[in-house]
Design a protein around this ligand. Structure first.
Ligand SMILES: Nc1ncnc2c1ncn2[C@@H]1O[C@H](COP(=O)(O)OP(=O)(O)OP(=O)(O)O)[C@@H](O)[C@H]1O
Ligand SMILES: [Mg+2]
Length: 357
């Protein structure tokens, strides 16, 4: 089997992380070490063709014609950027892992996502989208509210100060985010309860949750609001001093645990996700888990010290990093062909040397 690996690599040297970063343009892109780790895991199935998702991707794809593309490319331009590689794959009729362009574009836009969830009866906080600063005067929600750019990921534009208690704070934050990201700002009811993220694998009725991850916000610097945003992800959490913010599986009452799993799966199906996705949830003031957003191109940083949530949940379920990536390939291949993918090694590589040729 020949597998293409579609990716966007962080520029080298990576821009410095800072709490008011103007250098977060590439926060969603992957480090060379993550791309190498995924390529290594994929080599289990045969040769791996690296496909940097730049402007020549269509030509490279047509020339290489892999049997399957493992898609981890986040894209760069526009609100459909995560949908572009799958769209190109569909255009040239090459199968790929993960969700289709419709789901990827919908999920990147948190407003469209929430409309879909609400229509399907999946709990999500009341919200509005603001396109100009004048919209602040027409806020239809009570304070406190939480604001974020409508179509960013990886904590981009999400700071502790995005929790707004009054009109003055809201005006300042909306002006800042409109200026920085040149896209509408999502303003939603602040969810004061605990937060969880759920990694999901599988398709249709066979989709299932990996162990639920809970967040312990008492590990954030003193006085920081309970928000897992840009500062918590990229500034306060460093490999040499990882934040002890995660609990996996979350230690919570069994009925809440089940409700979180059910809500995450409902969201997965409502958005039409395939193969894998991570769903972020937070509990509202009535104790109901609400969906914040879906991540159908989940981050998969291999180093456990980097606190990447999907690999963390997979580890808790007994999947090594390579096994997680390989499971995504298996799920995609089964969904597309109805068969298991062939493996390059009939036995694990470590033992292959002992087998006579
Ligand atoms: N309505 C809300 N109420 C309370 N906190 C919120 C709300 N919306 C977002 N947050 C906080 O902000 C964080 C980031 O929000 P969100 O998950 O939407 O952004 P993201 O940058 O897309 O995340 P990811 O890194 O998962 O892609 C959440 O993990 C949560 O802590
Ligand atoms: Mg999130």
């Amino acid at each position: 089997m020949r597998i293409g690996l579609a990716y966007n690599e962080k520029p080298d040297p990576a821009p410095d992380a800072d709490s008011d970063s103007s250098s977060d343009a590439f926060a969603e892109w992957d480090d060379p070490s993550t791309i190498a780790a995924v390529a290594q895991a994929l080599s289990r199935f045969g040769s791996v063709i690296r496909l940097k998702a730049d402007q020549s991707l269509p030509q490279k794809l047509v020339r290489a014609r892999p049997d399957l593309v493992f898609n981890m490319a986040e894209g760069l331009h526009g609100q459909s950027r995560e949908a572009l590689v799958p769209a190109i794959c569909e255009y040239v009729n090459i199968p790929y892992t993960g969700s289709d362009p419709l789901t990827l574009a919908l999920s990147l836009h948190k407003g469209r996502t929430k409309e879909t969830l609400a229509y399907r009866g999946v709990p999500t906080a009341p919200f509005t989208c603001m396109e100009t600063i004048a919209d602040v005067a027409r806020l239809p929600l009570p304070y406190p509210v939480f604001v974020k750019p409508v179509a960013e990921g990886s904590g981009k534009g999400v700071f502790g100060t995005n929790l707004c208690a009054d009109t003055a704070a809201l005006r300042e934050r909306v002006a800042f985010l409109l200026g920085r990201y040149a896209e509408p700002v999502l303003v939603e009811t602040y969810l004061p309860g605990p937060e969880f993220t759920v990694a999901i694998l599988g398709n249709g009725p066979e989709a299932y949750c990996l162990p639920v991850i809970g967040f312990d916000f008492s590990s954030l610097p003193h006085g920081a609001p309970p928000v897992y945003g840009y500062e918590a992800k990229w500034v306060w959490d460093r490999p040499e001093a990882p934040l002890a913010i995660f609990q996996c599986p979350a230690q919570i009452p069994a009925d809440l645990y089940r409700e979180i799993e059910r809500t995450a799966l409902d969201a997965y199906h409502a958005l039409g996700c395939r193969d894998w996705c991570r769903v972020d949830l937070r509990v509202d003031r009535f104790g109901v888990p609400n969906v914040l957003e879906l991540n159908p191109l989940p981050g998969v940083i291999p180093d456990p010290a980097m606190n990447s949530c999907f690999p963390k949940a997979a580890r808790a379920a007994g999947f090594a990093y390579d096994e997680l990536i390989q499971e995504v390939v298996r799920l995609a291949w089964r969904r597309i062909t109805g068969r298991e993918p062939g493996a390059r090694h009939a036995v694990p590589p470590a033992r292959a040397a002992a087998v006579p040729a």
